[in-house]
Design a protein around this ligand. Structure first.
Ligand SMILES: C[S@@+](CC[C@H](N)C(=O)[O-])C[C@H]1O[C@@H](n2cnc3c(N)ncnc32)[C@H](O)[C@@H]1O
Length: 266
């Protein structure tokens, strides 16, 4: 009996999470979801409330929603992730754009990707503005601090280490890089969060984010990305992600060496 209730609750949470974030937990990742929300499930099951009342409570309570979003999103990231792809972006895209180069890091997590882009722009002698966006507020507040464990230093190529200060057991992004970057909360499935950046970005990086979406929410997210991209602006996905024809509407696929990018059509 208890297990049936738990299953129902888990499925309900999965639907709520999807509605709130576009992230879909398929059956094969349901165990992972159960682990992440075990605290919430326990709290709710011991409260003696019916599933319907619990749903009602989540829908009405922004604080519970926030807690849920912070728990279920996947924050994994690092500095200079996929460095080969970044070098291609620098060589073929950054240097050909009008300054200031405007870049979004959507699904920026704790900020490493946004700071990486700023470091590359600075190092190339380019003026730039990078906006990091995420739905997870805890990740965003860490991103704004720009302080990471010393372990993260090994992710940064030696020639770029001048852009961090080394402390006792942390590293800190230097102010000249921090000043190029801003962080703001945005939800990829909410148009209003992107209308405020209408046609602002020359490049949108959205790497390792849409892999957690289903077909419908991915389409919505791509629509929003398109809103924020300038004409002929580039969408950068992780090199393991591809836009198949059903998602490519409004984009031309452009290859530089072995990497594929998606340029917004004029
Ligand atoms: C795996 S991290 C990717 C970080 C970085 N882009 C990288 O490749 O290293 C995925 C991030 O996407 C964010 N995310 C998930 N759904 C989102 C949504 N609907 N809107 C904005 N960000 C979202 C998560 O909070 C998480 O920080």
């Amino acid at each position: 009996m208890i297990d049936i209730e738990k299953e129902k609750l888990l499925d309900t949470l999965r639907q709520i999470i999807y509605k709130l974030t576009g992230n879909y937990y398929p059956d094969e990742r349901l165990k992972m979801l159960e682990y992440k929300v075990s605290g919430i499930i326990k709290e709710m099951m011991t409260s003696g409330k019916k599933t319907e009342d619990i749903v009602d409570q989540i829908i009405r309570n922004e604080e519970t929603q926030r807690k849920l979003i912070n728990l279920i999103t996947v924050p994994e990231t690092r500095f200079f992730r996929e460095i080969e792809q970044l070098e291609i972006i620098k060589r073929y895209i950054f240097t050909k754009l009008r300054e200031p180069v405007t870049v979004a890091s959507i699904g920026c997590s704790t900020g490493e990707e946004a700071y990486t882009v700023a470091m590359i722009l600075k190092d190339a002698g380019l003026k730039g503005k990078v906006i990091g966006m995420d739905i997870n507020e805890i990740a965003l507040s860490k991103a704004k601090e720009g302080i990471y464990s010393t372990k993260a230093l090994s992710q940064i190529p030696v020639s770029y280490r001048k852009y961090v200060e080394e402390g006792e057991n942390h590293i800190k992004v230097v102010d000249e890089i921090k000043n190029m970057v801003e962080f703001t909360k945005a939800n990829l499935i909410k148009s209003e969060d992107f209308e405020r950046f209408a046609e602002y970005f020359q490049i949108v990086m959205c790497r390792n984010v849409l892999i957690y979406f289903d077909k419908q929410s991915k389409k919505k997210a791509l629509e929003n990305i398109k809103i924020s991209l300038k004409e002929e602006g580039f969408l950068v996905l992780s090199s393991t992600e591809m836009l198949t024809s059903e998602f490519k509407e409004g984009f031309d696929a452009v290859r530089f060496e072995k990497f594929m990018f998606y340029r917004k059509k004029t």
